[in-house]
Design a protein around this ligand. Structure first.
Ligand SMILES: [Zn+2]
Ligand SMILES: [Zn+2]
Length: 296
């Protein structure tokens, strides 16, 4: 894990080997130190560093030598020392957030729930499940309809339909970030493509070289956050986001996709509402480059 923030500290030795970096978190006391730094950061508005003695008191360690030893193990990757004290690095803050989100500790499972939606392949009811951070919607025949990750803290007290709503929100935001060139998970740059050669119908694909996050969806997903498509629904009195993503005809129905050009890729997608059709042209990276309105 690397961090390229605007750190002003010097002589910090950070390890880029994940095993070394995470090895530094092997002692529970070090997690307590990160938590104390995180708590301090939340309590204070401007001053984000805390002195050695204050920090030691907060963590509740009597022996300064022992405390210094453990604090030193965190230096570089997770904690940085400035002139007036210590604070979390970007990676340290992310680790604490992940621990608080339950990413590394909770395993939450919810009983399957039938949704008010039918599988577009076999017409059986759509069934949602939540397990190990994954919200999955499929049917009795296991046709994949939708899946997205939802952090355990967000799922813990929620009913499954609420988790599905959140998963859909995260999916839309994920598409928006990806189409803007940023990985939804780690925010590094990500490249996307509309694959047409082997896949029939065309699919949208993006894979992050930095964190490995991967996104594969019907090409219609590219229209979910498109302002013209959202406005088109609105103009007819509908809210696009009131529908389950997999229920939207322009997402599920491959007959609405037309490959009009192979190199460079141009796919036309028909979005029809109340007898009016908006045809959006999507390019090789999944971006809408043209619209055409066709009346009844
Ligand atoms: Zn099915
Ligand atoms: Zn990433």
């Amino acid at each position: 894990m690397t961090f390229n923030g605007n750190s002003t500290s010097t002589n910090e030795k950070s390890s880029t080997d994940p095993a070394d970096a995470f090895g530094a978190l092997s002692d529970p006391l070090r997690i307590d130190i990160l938590r104390a730094l995180g708590d301090y950061h939340h309590e204070t508005e401007f001053k984000t560093t805390i002195g050695f003695a204050d920090l030691r008191r907060r963590v509740g360690v009597e022996d300064p030598g022992r405390f210094r030893y453990h604090l030193t193990q965190l230096r570089g990757n997770f904690v940085e020392k400035l002139d007036d004290g210590y604070r979390l690095t970007f990676a340290g803050a992310k680790i604490i957030a992940a621990i608080l989100m339950g990413t590394y500790t909770h395993s939450i499972t919810k009983d399957a729930v039938e949704l008010d939606s039918d599988c577009f392949v076999c017409d059986n009811p759509a069934i949602a499940t939540y397990e190990n951070g994954n919200c999955v919607v499929s049917c009795a025949n296991d046709h994949p309809l939708f899946s997205w990750q939802v952090p355990p803290t967000a799922a813990a007290d929620a009913m499954l339909p609420e988790i599905v709503d959140l998963a859909e929100l995260l999916a839309r935001q994920g598409m928006e970030r990806t189409l803007n060139g940023h990985c939804p998970e780690c925010y590094h740059t990500i490249e996307s493509e509309v694959a047409t050669e082997q896949a029939e119908p065309p699919v949208f694909r993006a894979q992050c070289e930095t964190c490995g996050a991967r996104l594969i969806s019907p090409v219609g997903y590219c229209l979910l956050v498109d302002p013209r498509v959202v406005a088109f629904y609105q103009r007819h009195g509908y809210n696009l986001h009131d529908y389950y993503i997999w229920d939207l005809p322009f997402v599920q129905n491959e007959d609405l996709y037309t490959l009009v050009e192979e190199k460079p890729t141009r796919v036309e997608i028909d979005v029809s509402v109340a007898g009016e059709t908006l045809t959006a042209t999507v390019n090789e990276t999944g971006h809408v480059i043209d619209y055409r309105l066709v009346g009844e």
